[in-house]
Design a protein around this ligand. Sequence first.
Ligand SMILES: Cc1ncc(C[n+]2csc(CCOP(=O)(O)OP(=O)(O)O)c2C)c(N)n1
Length: 358
Amino acid sequence: MEELFQIIGLDGSYDEKLEPKLAEKELLKLYLYMVLTRVLDTKAVALQRQGRIGFYVPSQGEEAVQIGSSYALKPKDWMVPAYREQGAALLKGFPIETLIAQLYGNREDILKGHQMPNHFGNRAINFVTPSSPVGTQLPIAVGIAWAAKLRGDKTVVLVYFGDGATSQGDFHAAMNFAGVFKVPVVFLCKNNQWAISLPFSQQTRSKSVAIKAQAYGFDGIRVDGNDVLSIYTACKKAVKAARTGKGPTLIEAVTYRMGPHSTSDDPKRYRTEEEVEEWRERDPILRFQLYLKSKGIWDEEVEANVRQKVGRLVDKAVKKAEEAGEPPAETIFDDVYEEIPWNLAEQREELFKLIGRS
Ligand SMILES: Cc1ncc(C[n+]2csc(CCOP(=O)(O)OP(=O)(O)O)c2C)c(N)n1
């Protein structure tokens, strides 16, 4: 197996030479967003179980990859997610109310309930809607990056995908094109060890995901995905390379999906509790907490403050989403065609008659 880039060890000890120079305030911000991601996750799963939202894709265990990578971007950069990147979205500036409104498909949802839950997008912050068909986001991301290059924009595109997506043709097409045209893209593979019920050992005969970059002529690096500082450092370097015309990088973040694939999945049917327990010891939030503690930045009081702040934020957004009500029925005809075709216009008329609107 290839080397693993790591800055913070399991016990919170760290490599001073590799440690990024981040101010205390910045470190605490990263910590807060990791906790926020976990708290939102737990809440959303509970809401789904209570039948208040329809579907959710949890990301428990993958907080470090999301927060470390998102922090390496500039506001104008593009984020092209798979579907397990809620934390990355929040740190990029996705308002939590907007994200939760999308889970409800309510009146405040900017997508007007047109997308399935968990498929939130936001044009205002260059955050593309998630791609449920596995791997389709990869050529799209390369296209956005190529367009940026042709226009002479200094924009970078960060695309997320799972280990499962590396077996799709789209992965090959995207990697090859990005290499040939040297587009400003960062490929971030969240290798969380499972593609629903398929373990990584059956996904490829390659030694790793990172090694695949060699075949396309650019750098690949295997990073400890449960260490937020390692991810941030690797992404920062890749983003800089992309922005300065050096082309793409493939980052393999070695992590673990602690929860089910989605709220429709039961992982007990295909993996052991012992395996999950083993990874629990590598929990990214706990690891970062130990690091912050060793630097004198974290204590119980800090924790209580963070928890209180984050809890309030999530509860307030959920309350607001529940009070918003449904989108007006006629919005079902919006945003698909620039000019509505005659048959849909007829249906809309019929609906207006039915609901008493002109
Ligand atoms: C083209 C396609 N094939 C199969 C599926 C069903 N499916 C949804 S998610 C998934 C697993 C993807 O695993 P991975 O890429 O490792 O991402 P992860 O879910 O682990 O984050 C599969 C097979 C799909 N959505 N699209």
